[in-house]
Write a protein of this length. Sequence first.
Length: 279
Amino acid sequence: MTFFQAALIGIMSCTAASTIACLGTTVGNYTLNRPLVASLIVGIILGDVQGCILVGIPMQIMWIALVTPGGTVASDLRAVSYIGIPLAYVGAKAAGMEFGGADAQGLAGTISAMTGVIGITLFYGTAMMNLIWQHIGWAQLDKGNMEIVGKVDCLFPLVSHFVLSFLPCTLLCYYGSGAVQELFSVLNTDMWYVKALLTVGSVLPAVGIAILLKSVISKPTDLIFFVFGFACAKSMGLTLLAATAVGAVFALINYQLMMMKAGGVATAAASDDDDEEDI
């Protein structure tokens, strides 16, 4: 990976983190920060869109149900996307892994877990730096300096993102890619500890799906649709679009049945009210 490519990835990381550049968190956190979207961007920069997307898919599945229990941030998707994907891609390529294979997916899961921890540290550092800017702004407002408001809200946070988003991402991608290449040129994927690491990484996407199902399924009967859809997709070889169409049909049927049930309950309640009035 060249320094220019690493700098472009760092710019995208900084852009995805900057609320000014992305019109708030809607564009940044919920689109550009997602591994599936970031893998396309990283693939264009590195010149291998298919390989980067195949590496980004297990990361997206792993973090598909990212939650923030108690207000804490579990992981930083920006670091997972713009640091984890390039490093996982370079590592899988250096080790001669097939990007869609189990080893490459396990490597992607392992690296995404580590980069997520790094990213959350950078996230808290950015928040602390922005808090310092706010204190400076309050002190200046007490002195009657109104010009500082625009700088504190718009300009100074960009400095925070440059220092703690652009620079770490660029340096980790540039120097980390070389380190990963050297590492996998020495290590053999047949070694037991490498296999253990890749196996753990392969399990992590399943954990992400389990967390998603736990938040989506409200009653045990909802699980029937997921099991049926998985069985049909696996046995019939349905594509993603076909499986989505079948799922939409079952969702519509389920919605209509729920509406009919609710309508029947409402009718029965109205009938009971009429009987009480007649009495």
